[in-house]
Structure formats: structure tokens, C-alpha cells
Design a protein around this ligand. Structure first.
Ligand SMILES: [Zn+2]
Length: 251
């Protein structure tokens, strides 16, 4: 049985027995890895305090061929993102980011880009001001990496480039495909040109550039509708952490 070593973030964990848990890790080299950590709930466990949700560490695990569940041998903590965990709003968002990656990525699909996005996300998220704008940017980046991003420059029906004449656009409630006013059909939802432009800009922005970007209440509302619809469509489920997030975002 080969032993694998990589850097990883614990994106989910759930109990397997009284003393053991199953950890879902997003790893730098092997994508999503599911592994059992034995004895972790015992007071004497070497994993105690190491395997908390969102912790980043150096993971060593035993890999069994053709098995979905691997075995954790060691996890050396690199960062526990304390600034995020001691702030309720930040922690709620960070749990949502982790749950979204878990929902959108299948086991074993390698993506160093997603690992890198996760690292940049947590590093910047410790100090960012506008949490909602950051969350929409995270969603846009993740959708782009996974190939589910909406097309913001062209009408998805006629293919025409959207110009400044297209002041009002429309999107399909589920797929979030954006269409021009000429192609509008019943049941499409209106979205302002400004929100569309803002999503395009956020998709092209690094997290460090967000401090210079402002959004209106209408932008926040429309971006959330479009991106939530798209995420629900691709993950085919309502994420648990979104319930908390709805409370955070409306408070
Ligand atoms: Zn069109």
C-alpha cells in the first residue's frame, strides 16, 4: 500500500465511530481525499487539535487501491486560520467555501488550481473588509476553474457581444445563461448591465484588488441570485452552510 504525502486542508469531517472520524481533505496533489483518522477523539490522540475543520497541514496517508476511504497516518499543522475561526461571520463564510468545493468537486479529481484558490481565499479572508463581495469573487473564480462560469461578454443565445446599448439583460433562472434584450423569452429574470459588468470584473480580479471595488445593494442582490442559482444547478443540492450565510448576509 503506497504512502502519499501532500499539503492539505480539512474541508469536512464526520464521525465514523466513538473514537474515529472521516476527514475530507482537499490536497495540493491528489484533489479531494477521504481518509479515516483513527483514535482522533481520544484525549491522548496525536491528532488532537490538529484535525479541526479548515486546518491546513502536511498530510501523510496510506492509499488503498480501488478504495474510496484512505487512512491518515499523520497530519502536521501548518495554519489553523485562527483569525477566521474567532470571527463568527468569517467562519460561516469559510465553512461555506469549503462545503462548496466539497460539493462541486468529485473525489480524486486533481486540481492544483482549486488548492491554490483555497489557500489564497483563506489567507486573504483573514483581513478582508467586504465579506459578501469576497464571497461572490470566490464563487466566480471557482466556477471559472470548474468550467461552469457564465458568459458575461456575449449573449448565450445569439452570440452577439454585449455592448453599452444593452442596459438590461436577462438570465435563465437555473443555468444563469445571460441573454440580450432581443433574445428575451418569458420566464427569464432581469439583471442590470452593471451587475453583469461587476461579475466580469470580479472574475478577473485578485482578492488583493477587491478593496478598490464598490458594489450597490442592487449589485449584491443580483449577483447573489445569479450565482446561487448557478451553484444550486451544478451541485444539485442546497448547501447546509448557506442557511447560516443567509442569516449573516441579511443581518
Ligand atoms: Zn441575443
Amino acid at each position: 500500500m503506497p504512502i502519499q504525502e501532500t499539503e492539505a486542508v480539512l474541508i469536512r469531517s464526520y464521525p465514523l465511530s466513538e473514537s474515529s472520524v472521516i476527514g475530507v481533505f482537499y490536497t495540493r496533489d491528489f484533489g479531494k481525499v477521504r481518509a479515516v483518522a483513527r483514535g482522533v477523539r481520544s484525549p491522548k490522540s496525536k491528532f488532537r487539535g490538529q484535525l479541526d475543520l479548515l486546518n491546513r497541514g502536511h498530510l501523510i496517508y496510506t492509499e488503498k487501491a480501488n478504495r474510496d476511504l484512505q487512512t491518515v497516518r499523520d497530519f502536521d499543522l501548518i495554519d489553523n486560520f485562527e483569525q477566521i475561526k474567532t470571527d463568527f461571520d468569517r467562519f460561516s463564510y469559510a465553512c461555506y467555501f469549503a462545503e462548496l468545493i466539497d460539493a462541486i468537486e468529485s473525489d480524486g479529481a486533481e486540481s492544483p488550481e482549486i488548492f491554490s484558490l483555497l489557500m489564497r481565499t483563506f489567507c486573504y479572508f483573514e483581513m478582508v473588509g467586504d465579506l459578501q463581495l469576497f464571497a461572490r469573487t470566490f464563487e466566480l473564480h471557482l466556477l471559472e476553474i470548474t468550467g461552469y462560469s457564465p458568459q458575461f461578454s456575449r449573449c448565450s443565445n445569439c452570440g452577439n457581444i454585449l455592448t453599452s446599448q444593452d442596459t438590461v439583460l436577462y438570465y435563465q433562472d437555473q443555468t444563469s445563461e445571460i441573454v440580450c434584450a432581443t433574445c428575451v423569452t418569458p420566464h427569464l429574470v432581469r439583471i442590470s448591465r452593471g451587475s453583469c459588468e461587476l461579475m466580469k470584473r470580479l472574475q478577473q480580479s485578485d482578492f488583493g484588488q477587491l478593496a478598490r471595488i464598490r458594489a450597490s445593494r442592487q449589485n449584491y442582490r443580483e449577483m447573489k441570485f445569479v450565482l446561487s442559482a448557478l451553484i444550486n444547478f451544478h451541485t444539485q443540492r442546497r448547501l447546509k452552510s448557506l442557511k447560516f450565510l443567509d442569516l449573516v448576509e441579511t443581518s
